[in-house]
Design a protein around this ligand. Structure first.
Ligand SMILES: Cc1cc2nc3c(=O)[nH]c(=O)nc-3n(C[C@H](O)[C@H](O)[C@H](O)COP(=O)(O)O)c2cc1C
Length: 322
């Protein structure tokens, strides 16, 4: 049984958080169109002495969704989620937890570390937590530390993808876990959303297709490269963040590197505090999952969600007869 906050979505989809790319415009559009929208807290950045951006983003998202709900009681917005990077290099974590707690964020997505205090803070303000993992052993640890649900990040996902087949991952987790389970990695059609449910997941977790939306905070060339590329254009490398991730090969070539011959990097080089620590040329190396062969145009997020919903309904009728 899903927690009430995850029930009644238009389609069982969470728009996943993406570093730099996710912004309030995208989150609001996703929620208004009936799927959970999310952003990493670290995307809300201010310069020294400026008002705290995260406060402003949360206030705007909450107020706009409230207004939408008052005007459309028959079609209320889906809830939103904030992603916390629970990594020792994230010096903002405690501050951001306090802000999200005060704003009563309904869904907390945690990545790169499971910590009881973060789950406790979310529960204390009435929220739920979903923790992302790449294998069964991390899934068990996350639930032991109090996560309500699991995001299984399988091979082919954008960002820090796992190495495992989605079938293997979901099958192993479902042997012992009957709570909320989301599947991440290369899901880009409504039929694939239904397939995730057939495999045992409750919801699909979709990132890369939303980069090619008008609202996303991505350069026009990045959006167009997603439209022009397919699974064969995605390469896996640890070079750029210290952890294995998936990237658009043409963007690596444009930065003067050979995507077939990238060096490995040490995980200790991961740093979420200091973006300027990375070579400038890497700022145009673009993360992306393998599912983008299904993305053919740059559209408003609502239009992408309409497509997913139409395909999902058609697949249900064709396969399940509902
Ligand atoms: C450009 C990019 C940035 C990402 N940044 C984050 C992040 O900051 N935090 C996080 O939890 N996941 C991040 N992810 C992973 C996504 O949340 C999600 O697991 C993934 O995009 C799903 O696979 P898909 O892109 O094939 O749909 C990122 C993914 C991409 C493509």
């Amino acid at each position: 049984m899903l927690p009430p906050i995850l029930q009644n979505l238009r389609i069982p989809v969470v728009g996943s958080p993406m570093f730099i790319v996710s912004n309030p415009d995208l989150v609001i559009a996703q929620c208004k169109a009936g799927i959970v929208g999310s952003f990493p807290a670290l995307n809300a950045r201010e310069k020294d002495g400026e008002p705290i951006q995260l406060e402003a983003w949360l206030t705007r998202i909450t107020e706009e969704l409230d207004r939408h709900n008052q005007a459309n009681p028959d079609r209320p917005a889906a809830p939103f989620a904030v992603n916390q990077i629970v990594h020792r290099s994230n010096a903002r974590l405690d501050r951001d937890i306090e802000i999200c707690h005060r704003h009563k964020v309904p869904i907390w997505i945690t990545s790169l570390g499971a910590r009881t205090e973060v789950n406790a803070a979310a529960h204390d303000c009435g929220g739920i937590t979903l923790h992302d993992i790449i294998n069964n052993s991390f899934a068990r640890k996350a639930v032991e530390k109090g996560a309500d649900g699991i995001i299984a990040v399988a091979a082919g996902a954008g960002g820090h993808a796992g190495p495992q087949s989605p079938f293997a991952l979901v099958q192993e987790i479902r042997e012992w876990f009957d709570g909320p389970l989301l599947l991440s990695g290369a899901i880009a059609t409504g039929r694939a959303v239904l397939a995730a449910q057939a495999m045992g997941a409750d919801l699909a977790y979709i990132g890369s297709p939303f980069i090619a939306t008008t609202e996303a905070n991505a350069q026009p060339d990045y959006k167009q490269m997603i439209v022009d590329s397919g699974a064969m254009d995605i390469v896996t490398s640890s070079l750029f963040t210290g952890v294995s991730g998936n990237y658009l090969a043409p963007s690596i070539r444009n930065a003067g590197l050979d995507p077939e011959a990238l060096a490995h990097a040490d995980p200790s080089t991961m740093n979420f505090n200091d973006l300027s620590a990375k070579p400038k040329a890497w700022s145009t190396i673009w993360g992306c999952g393998q599912g983008i062969g299904a993305v053919h145009e740059i559209v408003p997020a609502a239009q992408l969600i309409d497509r997913l919903a139409g395909e999902y309904d058609a697949a249900r009728r064709a396969i399940v007869g509902l």
